[in-house]
Design a protein around this ligand. Sequence first.
Ligand code: NDP
Length: 251
Amino acid sequence: MKEMEGKVAVVTGSSRGIGRAIALGLALQGAKVVVNHRASSEQAAEVVAAIQAQGGEAVAMAADVSDFDQAQQLVKTTISSLGSIDILVNNAGTTRDKLLMQMKEADWDAVLNTNVKSVFNCCKAAVRPMLRARRGGRIINISSVSGLVGQVGQTNYSASKAGIIGLTYALAKELGSRQITVNAVAPGYIPTVLTEGLPQEIKDAITQATPLGRFGRSDDIANAVVFLASDRAAFITGITLRVDGGLAIGS
Ligand code: NDP
């Protein structure tokens, strides 16, 4: 029997990139996976097909998780169609990089709403059913090295990713007695749609500043998330696991 058989996982923003790898990784362990996305339905359908091709079970669900009601509906539909919610991975995220001097209020709001309000929204929707089910649970929030050390041009993004860490620690304390663990994962630089627009000199500087001397892969992040979602991580809560090739400590 696979480790996560009988478990249901929701992975927000899993139509591509890191979320896609997490969805595939959880499904490989036997979890039924909800592939959430906002607009990229075709890509989400491709992820579902890839999971099915590896013998797993998945369903695509569109919902803008920065919207409170849509996040509620996402969890409700998950439970009505798949029976429970055992693992919540808050992965959906976005950037609108600009120096603070040039940053518009809309840039701030868009990033904070997508990156951190979404985590509140989905946790708020998922926690009550997890508690009622009395079978513990796993919440894993995707932060970033930028939330730990800050990044030029990313006051909005860094604030959102640091906010996720504070939320994670507070919620870990609230839910610990019910065996629901809450952890954050802080990736370093991973080539995805989110990061493809970065200028080459910044990419080179990041590689140089990374002790392991390379970019990460979406699977590097997925491996950490799958571990934290597993029974093997049952005594781990309230941590930020850096998966960054050492970027945060510098070269
Ligand atoms: P991508 O841009 O490749 O993927 C983002 C995913 O999030 C897409 O599936 C997108 O779908 C979805 N999404 C965005 N907004 C919403 C929303 N409001 N509601 C639902 N889904 C949404 O990004 P990555 O894979 O690179 O990033 C994944 C996470 O990892 C993010 O939280 C990011 O901040 C974090 N991270 C990434 C790093 C990197 O180097 N790539 C480094 C550190 C952290 P759609 O297009 O349909 O909206």
